[in-house]
Write a protein of this length. Sequence first.
Length: 463
Amino acid sequence: MSLDQEEISLQEQFEEAIASNDKLIVQDFLNNQNISDVAQLISDNEEYETQIISILSPHRAVSTFKILDVPEQKRIIQSLPPIKTAELLNELPADDRTAFLEELPTGVVRELIKLLNPEERKITLALLGYPEGSVGRLMTPDYIAVYEDWTIAEVLDEVRTEGKHMETIDVIYVINEKGEFVDDLKIKDVILSAPERVISDIIDRRYIALNVHDSQEEANNIFKMNNRVALPVIDDNDILLGIVTIDDVLWVANEEFTENIQKIGGTEALDEPYLEMPLFKLFRKRVGWLIILFLGEMLTATAMGYFEDEITKAIVLALFVPLIISSGGNSGSQASTLIIQAMAMGEVYVADWMRVLKREILSGLLLGAVLGLIGFFRIQVWAQFFPEVYGEHVFAVALTVGCSLVGVVLWGTLSGSMLPLVLKRLGADPATSSAPFVATLVDVTGLVIYFSVAYIFLRGILL
């Protein structure tokens, strides 16, 4: 059976269960499905999403709710009875609950927090108190902590007692009597150690930890570099506050990647799925950048007007304006996209600007030389068939276009590669140096380079 047939079959089974008007039949059907399939049914059947969540057991409802898109989560919370909403929010892991509440208006958050029990309310308010985008917003207090003077037997007893309530038991966290973080241990090391051994004898006190005020981007890089499933979160006094797990970091990385792609395309980041975002809101997300780019392109017309005399004397120069500015814009867009992606992956940092500059100078010269040679020979060959187009100074025109391409492509490459680094250094988002923005910048400066080179090579000939 194909994947499409399976999906159709699942939908048909769901419709049959709903048509029965028997809550037990619907509940039994949903309990026999994977969580991902239940989430898909919710996405495909918006009119039944609240009913589905209400029928599921608290554990399965939470597991399903966690993987839904934010707009779906918002609709469900708005439609659920207060008792069911309270049950769902209290069962949600603290980090997932905080991530959801971050997406809601302040007034709504205030009302939902009232539904939490005192302990969960305290945890949620603490997490929301950390700066947006910080590790503090990601961490969960659900972890197993033991003291360094405990024996392995005592640790295993703690795991059996508390483990079912924890986010993960893959790693055990060791603290001292002051609550300061000492080290972490893989559960494998605990299981393979003799029961009478003391924790202080098997830890090496070499650990990797996140600070609660670290950025989520930095946490993502640390996870990638160290191949961890979870990392402890400490404050400036080394007090263990919580842990961050790899699933939360992957979610943040995906959100960051999506946001960067949208910004690189020359628009503000969308905070809702494209098809679910109101048209006017989508318009507002796009129009700002288009106005900025349009005003930037108006400078191109200004530059053209400045060189009007040169164009009047040598009409042939106007033929290659689109070629020149598009080549510079393309090279700049290429470079900015590569550098933004490299920075997002942690491959390039602001401190690497000199290395990047040297590489892009060489790249720009090589790329410009290739395009310049193609442009030079294209004019030379074309002149053999259409001599009246270029007149008697074919070689000079070809040399002008070829050298201009080298300069414009080099400038585009340098602009595209350096601008993201400059913005990062100034504390701005590098992704805002989008491909359209770089292309617009290079369009204007490319004309200046082109006509300056033309003045050098054609002065006394055509100019």
